[in-house]
Ligand binder design. Structure first.
Ligand code: CFM
Length: 544
């Protein structure tokens, strides 16, 4: 462990900013915050969801990635066609992280295919709509899918192809659900804009198309669980053991049929607040389904989330069954913690990931005694850092105005409040956190560093200063970090490990971290001649 107690976080911030020209330092200065948790969990304001300064190496992805790769990617029976150059489709073909389990071999699963219009120079010059129509027709003829979605890449927006006109025309012609997304990579400041665009279209074109509720007494949806490395499989199994029916997951291990009936469930549980809080809000307004924030990353968090769900339905049998599952699982979890904690305790973690995991994974580190000394999101908004309480004070800028905000009204026939006002009052009084998310910062100790959209330079300096035992990030950062002698766990794909959700996943995580932070190999990354400053081999030319 480094002597982090003697490190002054404000001085670290100055160190990080020192290399920048004054204008850049001023902007980054507002995105690097020394956390300070006051009374009533008040935290300092952070600058977030703003454009990355050109020239800085960011961890971020693009809007298309957020829409196609993240939100729609894990749904197995929609043919997702990328309208654009082949690279965009290929690099968002996430077969490793997006797992799915069709119930039978005859069920559609298109996730093993990569569909693209493969735009060439000719289409960039003369337009690509004809090629897009042909691609939709070809996919229809080959697969007869229930639905086809079309995703716009940067050149599509630049040349002005109208994907919505094409999808409308083809929907009429082929008689299946076909819809498009204006999710050009440049459309927003990050993949966050892509989530919003994806969710708007799913809400307009898919959710609510089938009013027949599937069987099940206690029916919920999981929102913002993308089945990375198989996480959703573990969550599904847990819910089933407790007696809770999962109507739809947006969108890990999902199908379009599940999306279409999602509005008939009785509760929405939000895992990743950043990517999907819009859907939770819209379903509530239109159909009357309330939502709560849950977290299935971390054993304690999993237990807490299951208890919240069971409490919502106010059925003693369900509550008892849930408690029995928790008790059984926690025994194994505590045994694993006891074994691993002494080897990991007080080793420092840093997490710089996406828009929710930098928060959720702190839970797992805490459970084996590892403090998170610095954390941040790539693209989250202020509410993900500071909590939803700041929503009314977030300024809308030109970039966020660029993304459509749907006006949603209660449905004239189908709006059905799921609770009587008595029940709601009772639950709220007992602490049921409807429509709440406290954010990451109130749960981090004071004097930790919170950094939005961290740059490569800042990551390197942080590692030099704190010498963390582990740094969690993604594939773009992984090898640069490891070359500095610090192990890096990818939290976007779990490298080749995981799943990490629920109780069984927590144990796998403890074991993974134990192996990584206690491997002696990291001390050997520096070569002998780098350590001594002198060459270890000398040679003299002796001539012939
Ligand atoms: Fe939500 Fe995600 Fe994340 Fe995200 Fe992502 Fe992701 Fe992520 Mo990578 S939706 S914000 S855009 S939890 S792809 S499944 S791992 S950056 S922290």
């Amino acid at each position: 462990m480094s002597n982090n107690e003697s490190i002054n976080p404000a001085a670290v911030k100055d160190q990080l900013l020192k290399a920048y020209p004054p204008k850049v330092a001023r902007k980054r200065g507002k995105q690097i915050v020394v956390n300070e948790v006051g009374g009533d969990s008040a935290v300092p304001e952070i600058h977030a969801n703003v454009r990355t300064t050109p020239g800085l190496i960011t961890q971020r992805g693009c809007t298309y990635a957020g829409c196609k790769g993240v939100v729609l990617g894990p749904t197995r029976d929609i043919v997702n066609i990328t309208h654009g150059p082949i690279g965009c489709g290929y690099y968002s073909w996430l077969t490793r992280r997006n797992q799915t389990r069709p119930p039978t071999e005859d069920d559609d699963n298109f996730m093993t295919y990569c569909f693209s219009t493969d735009m060439q120079e000719e289409e960039i010059i003369f337009g690509g709509e004809k090629k897009l129509k042909a691609a939709i027709q070809e996919a229809f003829d080959l697969f007869h899918p229930k639905a086809i979605a079309v995703f716009s890449t940067c050149p599509v927006g630049l040349i002005g192809d109208d994907v919505h006109a094409v999808t409308r025309e083809m929907k009429e012609k082929l008689g299946i659900n076909i819809f498009g997304f204006s999710c050009e990579g440049y459309k927003g400041v990050s993949q966050s804009a892509g989530h919003h665009i994806a969710n708007n279209q799913l809400f307009k074109h898919v959710i609510g198309r089938n009013d027949t509720p599937p069987p099940g007494k206690y029916r919920i949806n999981m929102l913002g669980e993308y089945n990375i490395g198989g996480d959703a499989f573990l969550i599904e199994e847990l819910l089933e053991r407790c007696g809770i029916t999962l109507g739809a997951t947006f969108s890990g291990n999902s199908t379009i049929d599940q999306f279409e009936v999602a509005h008939t469930s009785d509760l929405n549980c939000v895992m990743c607040h950043r990517s999907i809080n819009y859907v939770a809000d819209m379903i509530e307004t239109k159909f009357g389904v309330p939502w709560i924030k849950v977290n299935f990353v971390g054993a304690d968090a999993t237990a807490k989330s299951l208890r919240k769900i069971a409490a919502y339905f106010e059925d003693q049998e369900l509550i008892d069954r849930t408690e029995a599952v928790i008790a059984e699982e926690m025994q194994r979890v505590l045994e694993a913690q006891e074994e691993i904690r002494p080897r990991c305790e007080n080793k420092l973690a840093m997490l710089f990931v996406g828009g929710s995991r930098a928060h959720h994974y702190q839970e797992l580190f805490k459970e084996i005694g590892m403090p998170t000394i610095a954390a941040g999101y790539e693209f989250a908004h202020r509410d993900d850092y500071e909590g939803r309480r700041v929503l009314p004070t977030i300024k809308i800028d030109a970039d966020s105005r660029n993304i459509e905000e749907l006006k949603v009204e209660p449905d004239a026939d189908r709006f059905a409040p799921r609770m009587t006002s008595d029940k709601e009052e009772r639950l709220v009084k007992s602490g049921m956190p409807f429509k709440q998310y406290e954010g990451m910062m109130p749960e981090m100790p004071s004097d930790t560093l919170v950094i939005d959209d961290i740059s490569h330079h800042e990551s390197e300096r942080l590692i030099d200063i704190y010498k963390p035992a582990i740094f969690c990030a993604g594939i773009k950062e992984k090898y640069a970090i490891q070359k500095k002698g610090t192990p890096c766990l990818q939290l976007h794909s779990y490298d080749y490990g995981g799943p990490f959700a629920g109780f069984a996943g927590a144990i796998t995580f403890y074991q993974t971290i134990d192996r990584m932070v206690n491997a002696r190999i990291w001390a050997e990354v520096e070569a002998p001649w780098q350590k001594s400053g002198k060459p270890t081999l000398e040679a003299t030319y002796i001539g012939d």
